[in-house]
Design a protein around this ligand. Structure first.
Ligand SMILES: Nc1ncnc2c1ncn2[C@@H]1O[C@H](COP(=O)(O)OP(=O)(O)OP(=O)(O)O)[C@@H](O)[C@H]1O
Length: 313
């Protein structure tokens, strides 16, 4: 019998997961999993719980929460030699990782995907000994994600971020940075830089349109210093993925990225504060296995084609 560990955040999103826990357990039991649960108690607890799940050699770890919870679970697993497969039940306010992997927000449907048992390997980002699965970045613009009060998030969901963004826009300053990427160098003032593993960020599904979840490459997006009018223009292009050719934007793929600044620039890892610059980003190629609806994954990202990609490199 396989053993599964559910690590769930009881405060995620609209706090609905608890009410569905019994049916989730029954479903996993019927599928042949012996399952136990851990409810997180606060910051860092999901990482600790994931480390313990690794020690106890669980076959899979199911993270139920938002991007913050999944990030924490991956942080407990990514550093280990034995890495259980990861299932995701997206019940957070932002669920960018799940969206990028086409995992549905419906709890029942998300569990069905785990039960079906199809997985793909995905890349994980490492930065100064911390890990991220979706996006890292820096610059004043990225700071709005943790300035949104959690009560507002529960009430308004994704909308809370946009409201905060609009409120902060006029006060956003540029930061002077040096960004080295695969031997190239950009030096200048930026509103933000983003280092992405998936194409889905903050509900913008085309922010990094060329991202592949398992090609060993980051998408690097640099938004140069702009005035408010240009910023609004670029943001509206970004909805359609058309910002990448704008002169105010640098968009490229890179495997290793180093960012420095003389100023204090905060980093954001998967939507949470992640220390300050300097930072070195390293892409850990196909580092974790995640349960996904395989039919909906792009052909080039599916396991049967991965070997081919690899040989072609
Ligand atoms: N019992 C708890 N009480 C309060 N905070 C918690 C608890 N358990 C975990 N947390 C914190 O909640 C943070 C964010 O949670 P998570 O990402 O799951 O959901 P969310 O806030 O609804 O969504 P998002 O982060 O996507 O906006 C975690 O990083 C963790 O620090």
């Amino acid at each position: 019998m396989k053993r599964a560990r559910i690590i769930y955040n009881p405060t995620s999103g609209r706090e609905i997961f608890k009410k569905h826990l019994a049916e989730v357990l029954v479903k996993l039991e019927n599928a042949g999993y012996e399952t136990s649960c851990h409810a997180t108690t606060g910051e860092g607890d999901a990482t600790q719980a994931a480390r313990i799940a690794v020690e106890r050699r669980y076959d899979l770890v199911i993270a139920a929460g938002g991007d913050g919870t999944i990030n924490e679970v991956v942080n407990g697993i990514a550093e280990q030699e034995y890495r259980p497969k990861i299932g995701v039940i997206p019940v957070g306010t932002t669920n960018d990782f799940a969206r990028a992997l086409h995992i549905p927000r419906d709890i029942d449907a998300a569990v069905d995907i785990i039960v079906k048992g199809e997985t793909i390997p995905v890349d994980v980002g490492r930065i100064n000994d911390r890990y991220f699965i979706n996006i890292a970045g820096g610059g004043r613009m990225t700071e709005l994600t943790y300035e949104v009060p959690s009560k507002l998030k529960t009430m308004l969901g994704q909308l809370a971020y946009y409201l905060k963004g609009i409120e902060m826009l006029p006060s956003i300053r540029a930061s002077e940075v040096a960004i080295e990427y695969d031997g190239k160098l950009y030096e200048g003032e930026v509103m933000m830089f983003l280092v992405g593993l998936t194409n889905s960020v903050g509900g913008f599904e085309r922010l990094a349109p060329n991202s592949s979840i398992n090609d060993g490459m980051f998408s690097l997006l640099i938004l140069k210093k702009t005035n408010l009018a240009d910023f609004i223009r670029i943001a509206s292009l970004a909805v359609r993925g058309e910002h990448i050719n704008d002169p105010g934007v640098i968009y490229t793929q890179a495997n290793r990225i180093k960012v420095q600044s003389k100023e204090t620039v905060q980093l954001n890892l998967d939507g949470e504060y992640g220390g300050n610059l300097p930072a070195e980003f390293e892409n850990l190629f196909r580092h974790i296995e995640v349960y996904v609806p395989l039919d909906e994954i792009r052909p080039e990202d599916r396991p049967e084609n991965l070997e081919l990609n690899f040989k072609a490199e």
